[in-house]
Design a protein around this ligand. Structure first.
Ligand code: SF4
Length: 236
């Protein structure tokens, strides 16, 4: 697997667990607010040294008693065909695995779920599930087939017995209370709203785009919770 980053210990990436975080290189989306361009843009990936798998497993083996889990994030982890083998090696160390995904590879998601290779899955839902909403955020290359795949992943994840979460990164003017209501309707479960970070973004024009006030987002959260559209809303 192409690995562009490794965080030895995190207390926040897998709720309730101490986890190492693996950042895979490469992504099929180009979200303009992405704060990991080094993991997304081919020219930036080339400039950065990849991290060797043996170095990661060396650390995990030596520290497995201090860790509960490994979070695999990106970039987009599911574009890597050898992801299942990588996870199998983590499971051999008796560690839990959380996967972050943008949902465009439902076959991989299904395989990992069926083989019991993941314990927690977090999926980004970029906007209401309509082609132009998605294109505005992830780039013009996005197409209807990919949208169908995103929907398929959502349906798959909702049906698993796994712990899961869906989340949306909020960016003005692309989201509103109405958009969030629309997104959350179909999710039936943990739904998280997160603010974009105006730092090191993939597309620099993003700094001229607004962040919502935390108070405004808290108000949305309350409204959604009252309507049972958002069962465990979190803002971060
Ligand atoms: S935000 Fe996630 S899905 Fe979007 S470009 Fe960045 S890594 Fe890819």
């Amino acid at each position: 697997m192409k690995i562009g980053g490794f965080l030895k210990q995190s207390f926040i990436d897998f709720p309730g667990n101490i986890a190492s975080v693996v950042f895979t290189s490469g992504c099929n989306f180009r979200c303009f607010y992405c704060h990991n361009p080094d993991l997304v843009l081919p020219e930036r990936i080339k400039e950065n040294r990849l991290i060797e798998e043996p170095d990661i497993f060396d650390y995990l083996s030596k520290n497995k008693l201090l860790l509960d889990a490994v979070v695999i994030t990106g970039g987009e982890p599911t574009i890597h065909r050898n992801l299942p083998n990588f996870i199998k090696k983590i499971k051999e160390l008796n560690l839990l695995v959380k996967l972050d995904t943008n949902g465009t590879n439902p076959e991989m998601v299904k395989y990992l779920i069926d083989k019991k290779l993941i314990n927690y899955i977090a999926m980004d839902v970029k906007s209401a599930l309509e082609i132009n909403n998605y294109k505005a955020i992830v780039g013009e290359q996005f197409n209807v087939m990919e949208l169908d795949r995103v929907k398929e992943s959502i349906n798959l994840i909702k049906k698993t017995g796994l712990k899961f979460e869906f989340r949306t990164t909020l960016v003005k003017p692309y989201h509103s209370l109405e958009t969030i209501k629309e997104i959350s309707k179909g999710l039936m479960g943990n739904y998280y709203l997160q603010q974009y970070r105006p730092l090191n973004n993939l597309n620099h024009h993003v700094k001229y785009i607004g962040q919502f006030e935390n108070e405004e987002v808290e108000e949305w959260k309350l409204k959604l919770t009252r309507k049972n559209l958002c069962l465990k809303c979190r803002t971060n």
